[in-house]
Design a protein. Sequence first.
Length: 270
Amino acid sequence: MIEDRNFDDLAQKFAKNIYGTAKGQIRQTVVWQDIEQILSGFDGDIPLRVLDAGGGIGQLSQKVAELGHYVTLCDLSGEMLTLAEQEIAKNGLLEQYRLVHSPVQHIGDHLDEPVDLVLFHAVMEWLSDPIAVLDQLLEQVKPGGVISVMFYNYNGLLFKNLICGNLTHIEQGMPHRKRFKLQPQQGIKPDEVYSCLINAGLTILGKTGVRTFHDYMQNAMVGDYSFEQVLEMEQKLCRQEPYLSLGRYIHVYARKPLCEEMQVNGSNCE
């Protein structure tokens, strides 16, 4: 039985392994390009209200805060929030932040109104009912607002196991291997995420594969390349099929229609 994962026991290691690696640098680079695209769709003169749901140490939302926007960051892990506060203070951004110790499922209890932008990154794969939680979070997006979702890709996980010859593991349903504590508990099927967004009336604005080939490189000593070349190639391929759909993670962002747009389509705006 999969349960929601709390990182109190691994907060320091998680932050180091996720953000202090080549994998983390690729992830930050390609997703930030999408965030810049999202932000360009808003009025640049008005600070946005942003929710970083399950935001960990807020590595990406801090870049948003640096542009003058206001962020509410929530996390289930108190230890992770402590690390986040330290990082945010070090970067002089505490006035831009509100930190909330809460599971993402209950963040609505801590918000006065829906927000302009929700960041929901690398959380779904740690939840017992990820699609239901995504559906809940969509309620926290204001009309005209955007949700940015990054999830551990089931197709990428399957492909990785295929090329490694882990066919018995695949036949067993790819159960989570508890000895790999930082490996996500499950892969999320992209079509389920896309359908959730579309069924809720949102318009998908873009999709990006995160690490479309880096994690499949079998031996770092084989081949002729530098990390800079890998990063450049990842940026070149990440929004093209079939590479996009093979990313170890997928980033998808979608816009909620304005009230007048909903009314034109016969829907009510609450």
